[in-house]
Design a protein around this ligand. Structure first.
Ligand code: ADP
Ligand code: MG
Length: 253
């Protein structure tokens, strides 16, 4: 097995008495596109929140590039190269698509548009650099033509791509995507897949929560399945496709 870029060891997270995530151990291989599947309420998004640092685990630890990041703030994990999208996109709806991307934190510590706005002196330089980068990212994700549209006016699928655009501003090495294809039309889903695969060939590792089994089976390998907070399957995509439990649960067989 390739080296793990992200290691989750015995992660649990409770809400009161309820264990939303229960003793999850997963190693994410460097360079993989790992799929995370499971029914609603399985604990997938909660696990993402623990990995990204929005929630602390009740027990367990997280290593990124071999270093323990369990106690770090989400921003610190982001600066180390961990990017994530949310299941429900949250753009600033009245700002333009371009502004939304420009406002995303960049990989360089402290280089944000807010910083540029408040800095004295070389405001123009920094803002221009961020604008250029934002336009490149929008071009890459086929959103360039929407740059000046209010973000609240674009389609749900385009909002998902916008979320990814914001994440890419930070040059992450590991990207967590929470249901990127949910509610996205087939054409945009194809675009999304193409871009994920292109970024992956460029060296980025993905962990993707997705309900669309066709998406997962064709584009994710390995596959991890959760149910009721626990990992119930981990294996290659072809093992997943011949696993009776998963066939029953997801493929309607
Ligand atoms: P999934 O993403 O797999 O659909 P979630 O991680 O969103 O599942 O939720 C797992 C379970 O944890 C659900 O039963 C959900 O209601 C519960 N849960 C999630 N977040 C909270 C919270 N902040 N407080 C209480 N319960 C929560
Ligand atoms: Mg979820």
């Amino acid at each position: 097995m390739a080296e793990a870029i992200l290691s989750l060891s015995s992660i649990s997270r409770s809400f009161g008495e309820f264990k939303a995530v229960d003793n999850v151990t997963i190693e994410i291989e460097t360079g993989s596109i790992t799929g995370l599947i499971g029914p609603n309420g399985a604990g997938k998004s909660t696990l993402f929140n623990v990995v990204a640092g929005e929630l602390s685990p009740t027990t367990g630890s997280i290593k990124l590039f071999g270093n323990d990041v369990t106690g770090l703030h989400p921003d610190q994990r982001f600066e180390l190269g961990l990017g994530r999208t949310f299941q429900i996109p949250r753009p600033f709806k009245r700002m333009s698509v371009l502004e939304n991307v420009m406002l995303a934190p960049t990989g360089q510590t402290g280089e944000t548009l807010w910083g540029a706005v408040f800095a004295r002196g070389r405001i123009g330089d920094q803002e221009q650099r961020i604008r250029r980068k934002a336009l490149e990212v929008l071009e890459f994700l086929t959103l360039r033509h929407l740059a000046d549209q209010p973000a609240g006016k674009i389609s749900g699928g385009q909002m998902k791509l916008l979320e990814l655009a914001r994440v890419l501003m930070g040059d992450p090495k590991v990207i967590l995507l929470d249901e990127p294809a949910a509610g996205v039309n087939p054409v945009l889903t194809e675009t999304l897949i193409e871009k994920i695969e292109e970024l992956n060939r460029g060296g980025k590792t993905f962990l993707i929560i997705e309900h669309d089994m066709d998406f997962v089976m064709r584009h994710c390998d390995p596959v991890v399945a959760m149910a009721e907070g626990r990992v119930v399957f981990q294996g290659t995509s072809s093992e997943a496709q011949s696993n009776p439990l998963l066939l029953d649960a997801y493929l309607g067989a």
